[in-house]
Structure formats: C-alpha cells, structure tokens
Design a protein around this ligand. Structure first.
Ligand code: HEC
Length: 139
C-alpha cells in the first residue's frame, strides 16, 4: 500500500505551502487553503448544468448526440425527423436554412447526418438558446 507514502507526501507539500505563503503571518491560511482544496476535489454537485429533461438541449444530448457517438445513424435520422414539428416558430421551418429543409436533406437515403448538425447549429442554436432554452418540447 502507498498510503504511508501519500501521507508523507501530503505533509511535505503542506510544509512547502507553509513556507510559500509564510506561515508565520497567522498560520491559519495554509490549512484553510488545504481545506478548500479538499472540497474542490469532492465530486461536483449532481449535474447542476445537466439539461432539463424534455428540453431540446436534453433531446440533443441524450438522443441525437448519443446516437451519433454510438454510430447508430439510422436512429439519429429518426431522431432528427421530429425536429421540424418542434420548431418553436413556423418561420423556422421555411426556406433552405429552415429546420424542415435541413432535416429533409440529412435524412434522405444518401443524406449526410453529420453535416446537418453543424448547419443547423450555425443558424439556430444561439437563437434557440436565447429565446427557448427552457421550453419543454411538445409531445
Ligand atoms: C434542425 C436543427 C438541428 C439539427 C439538424 C441538429 N441540431 Fe443539435 N441543436 C439544435 C438547437 C436549436 C440546439 C440548441 C438547444 C439548446 O441548447 O437549448 C441544439 C443543441 C445541441 C446540443 C447541445 C449543445 C450544447 O452544448 O448546448 C448537442 C450536443 C447537439 N445539438 C447535437 C446535435 C447533433 C450531434 C446533431 C446531428 C446529428 C444535431 N445536434 C443536429 C438544432 C439542431
């Protein structure tokens, strides 16, 4: 076991810290610093920045991106097909940069799914986050 070694290492580094921040001037600072470091090392708050279930961000991360990571392109295509129905404003489905067109191109038999991600995000991601971040998707 290396526990003994670890303890030794830790105390050496605490001493080093003491010297670095001049322990003589109070003496409590080094241990406070060590304390906060220990807290920082603890596991983060349970996913404080995890997307709320039912939002588009959640859908993107758990369905779309997860499918891409797993290489399941057919599932990703199916997942993308729902997006035009979920466009928050009818105008977002209009024209060549609209959700409908992007998804239709991506989900065609020879469609490039990867290209659709970037294309749609470039045009819509910022806007969506600004206006609809917490919107729960329709069923
Ligand atoms: C038709 C539009 C559209 C397509 C196609 C699309 N996305 Fe998205 N995606 C969005 C929008 C809009 C957001 C912003 C949602 C939010 O964060 O509130 C988003 C957000 C994301 C996020 C969350 C990013 C973050 O950090 O907030 C991931 C991950 C993501 N998309 C993955 C993908 C992948 C992978 C693909 C392609 C397989 C894809 N998306 C295709 C519209 C699209």
């Amino acid at each position: 076991m290396t526990t003994g070694k670890l303890v030794l290492l830790t105390s050496v580094s605490v001493v080093g810290l003491c010297v670095a921040v001049a322990c003589a001037s109070g003496g409590t600072e080094p241990s406070a610093a060590a304390g906060s470091r220990a807290v920082g090392a603890a596991p983060a708050e349970p996913a404080a920045d995890a997307p709320k279930e039912g939002t588009l961000e959640w859908y993107m991360k758990t369905k779309v991106k997860a499918g891409m990571s797993a290489g399941k392109l057919d599932e990703v295509k199916e997942a993308l097909k729902k997006l035009p129905d979920w466009a928050p404003e009818p105008s977002w489905n209009e024209g060549p940069t609209g959700w409908k067109a992007i998804v239709a191109t991506a989900t065609a038999p020879d469609g490039n799914v990867g290209k659709a991600c970037k294309g749609c995000h470039e045009t819509w991601q910022k806007l969506y986050k600004e206006k609809y971040k917490d919107r729960i998707l329709p069923k």
